[in-house]
Design a protein around this ligand. Structure first.
Ligand code: TZP
Ligand code: MG
Length: 239
C-alpha cells in the first residue's frame, strides 16, 4: 500500500454494538459497504479484549486486503502491529502520534482526532498522515464527545492549516466526523469540500467524510455507501 495514494473520500468507522450493528454480521456489513464504495475502513471496538480485537482485526484485514481498501485500527497500536494492517487512528487520550510513529515506522498510516487549530498543528508536527476533525454534529454514536466543532469550527481549522501552515499542514489529508448522514452530506460537501468563499489566501478543502451509523446501522450498507458516493460527487440541489 502506498499511503500517499489513499482515497479518504468515504471513510467507514465500524461499530459492533447492539444499538448500531444489531444482529447483522460485522464482516458482511463491511464487505457490502466496501462494495458500495467505502474507501477506508477503521475498526473501532471499545469493548473487546486484546485477543478479541486481534481475531476480528485479522479477519477484517483479509477482507480489506481483498478489496484493496486500507484497514485502520482505532486506539490500539499493538493490534495494528499484530495484524499488519495499514495503520492506526489515535484520539487525544491515546498514545501520542510521535511515539506511535516510532513504533510503526514511516510506511504506516497514522490518523489523529483533532477538535481545534492547536491540536491540528500539533498532530501534523508529530507526524500524522491524516486528521479526523470533529465532532461535526452531535451524535448518539459518541455521547462522550469532547466538543462539537460544527461547520464553522472545521472551516476554521482547514483555513489555518491551508493558510498559515507549512507544506505538511497544507497537504495533510482531512476527514470530518460526527452526525453525517446521506441527507446532510451534500451540505457538508458544499460547505467543506472546496473552499467556497473566493479568496486569494490558499485555503484547504476536506478530503472525505467519516461515518458510523449511517452505514453500519443501515439494513443495506452497500446502498447506503452508494448514496454517499453519489451525494458526494453530484452538485448540491439547493444551490
Ligand atoms: N468521533 C467523533 S464523532 C464519532 C466519532 C467516532 C461518531 C460518529 O458517528 P456517526 O454515527 O457517524 O454520527
Ligand atoms: Mg481513541
Amino acid at each position: 500500500m502506498d499511503k500517499s495514494k489513499v482515497d479518504y473520500s468515504l471513510y467507514l468507522v465500524t461499530d459492533s454494538t447492539e444499538a448500531i450493528l444489531g444482529d447483522k454480521d460485522l464482516y458482511h456489513v463491511v464487505d457490502n459497504a466496501i462494495s458500495g464504495g467505502v474507501t477506508v475502513v477503521q475498526y473501532r471496538d471499545k469493548t473487546s479484549s486484546a485477543g478479541g480485537l486481534i481475531e476480528t482485526a485479522k479477519r477484517l484485514q483479509l477482507l480489506c486486503a481483498r478489496h484493496r481498501v486500507p484497514l485502520i485500527i482505532n486506539d490500539r497500536v499493538d493490534v495494528a502491529l499484530a495484524v499488519e494492517c495499514a495503520g492506526v487512528h489515535l484520539g487525544q487520550d491515546d498514545m501520542d502520534v510521535s511515539t506511535a510513529r516510532h513504533l510503526l515506522g514511516p510506511g504506516k498510516i497514522i490518523g489523529a482526532t483533532v477538535s481545534s487549530v492547536s491540536e491540528a498543528f500539533a498532530a501534523v508536527k508529530a507526524g500524522a498522515d491524516y486528521l479526523g476533525i470533529g465532532t461535526l454534529y452531535a451524535t448518539n454514536t459518541k455521547k462522550d464527545t469532547k466538543s462539537i466543532v460544527g461547520i464553522k469550527g472545521i472551516r476554521q481549522i482547514l483555513h489555518h492549516l491551508g493558510a498559515r501552515g507549512d507544506e505538511k499542514s497544507r497537504e495533510i489529508k482531512t476527514v470530518c466526523i460526527g452526525g453525517i448522514h446521506k441527507a446532510n452530506c451534500q451540505l457538508v460537501r458544499y460547505q467543506l469540500f472546496a473552499p467556497s468563499i473566493p479568496t486569494s489566501i490558499p485555503t484547504k478543502g476536506i478530503d472525505g467524510v467519516a461515518v458510523v451509523s449511517a452505514i453500519m446501522a443501515s439494513p443495506d450498507p452497500s446502498l447506503a455507501a452508494q448514496g454517499f458516493k453519489s451525494a458526494l460527487s453530484s452538485p448540491p440541489a439547493f444551490v
